[in-house]
Design a protein around this ligand. Structure first.
Ligand code: HEM
Length: 287
């Protein structure tokens, strides 16, 4: 007789045991959507509730996407292999929030699918968002155990490298629709740079170990590139004198600029890695 398989429940491990980590993450992933839905029902989303809901859910789409991109560095640098248990869940959440984001947009267009399709075809930032969502769909639908087995580990991993391009498209979509207020998209772009630079370092490391000082250097470089990127943006789009913008970016007098935030996040991550890794190196592959 075949042994009984435990029913598939997202908060259980493969052996059927309850995983507190999976349970906490599973519940947490619903909270932003529940908050937005509750605020909508209580009429607390301002004069254009549907548009506000599109914004809130769009923000969580990109946040979950970036959290899933940060899983591999976090797993390696913080020596926390169990994070792999929730990576798929967070990725699927990014996809689900992307679908809700599109559904809300369709609702905002009075369910006129012709208008939705022509807007997506004609507005560059919507076209980019749509391509990013198609990419997320490809990743989510190939995330089941059966699909991983069918594609084989190597092909599956290559397909899932699409996530780097999707992260870039999501960032550009966010950037363009933000128009003048680019404070948070700048931070997202800087963190994207950090995450990609980390991948390049990891790919090029033959020894399988990365010294922790490399993380600190990546953080300083990502912070400085973000400050330069913001300077370039205001110069090219608004003709603001680059020297003045850069000076304002580097001083803290005009508030905490994105470059500082990216630097602080990178250094906080490095500090956590220092505490977790007594050998002061990151082991990229399990021993
Ligand atoms: C068919 C796909 C998509 C459509 C039609 C769409 C549409 C929109 C619209 C209409 C807005 C608000 C723009 C405004 O009010 O001026 C928006 C904002 C946004 N979208 Fe999308 N989007 C799509 C896909 C995505 C994807 C895949 C992501 C993330 C990876 C994303 C992330 C965002 C973010 C972060 C914002 C800005 C939120 C804010 O600043 O408050 N969108 N999107």
């Amino acid at each position: 007789m075949q042994p009984m398989q435990p029913p598939f429940l997202p908060w259980r491990e493969r052996n059927g045991k309850l995983s507190p980590l999976k349970l906490v993450v599973f519940v947490a992933l619903f909270l932003p959507a529940a908050w937005t839905a509750g605020s909508f029902l209580l009429d607390a989303l301002g004069p254009r509730p549907l548009n506000e809901a599109i914004h809130q859910i769009g923000l969580w789409t990109i946040r979950f996407l970036f959290i899933s991109l940060a899983m591999t560095p976090a797993r390696q640098a913080l020596q926390w292999p169990r994070l792999v248990l929730v990576r798929r869940m967070v990725g699927v959440a990014a996809f689900s929030y992307g679908v809700i984001h599109l559904a809300l947009y369709i609702g905002d267009q009075s369910f006129n699918l012709w208008t939705v399709a022509s807007e997506i075809a004609l507005r560059f930032y919507l076209t980019i968002g749509f391509i990013a969502l198609l990419g997320l769909t490809a990743l989510a639908t190939t995330s089941t155990d059966a699909m991983i087995r069918r594609l084989g580990g190597r092909r599956w991993r290559r397909l899932h490298q699409l996530v780097y391009g999707i992260g870039l498209l999501g960032t550009v979509h966010y950037f363009i629709q933000s128009k003048l207020n680019v404070w948070e998209p700048m931070i997202v772009a800087g963190l994207y740079g950090w995450l990609m630079a980390y991948r390049v370092v990891a790919w090029r490391t033959a020894s399988g170990r990365v010294p922790l000082w490399v993380l600190a250097v990546l953080s300083v470089a990502a912070g400085a590139t973000t400050a330069l990127g913001e300077t370039l943006y205001f110069w090219l789009w608004m003709g603001a004198p680059p020297v003045l913008v850069l000076a304002a970016n580097l001083s803290l007098e005009t508030g905490v600029r994105p470059g500082w935030v990216v630097l602080a996040i990178g250094l906080a991550f490095t500090a956590a890695a220092v505490v977790r890794a007594p050998s002061k190196t990151i082991r990229l592959r399990p021993a």
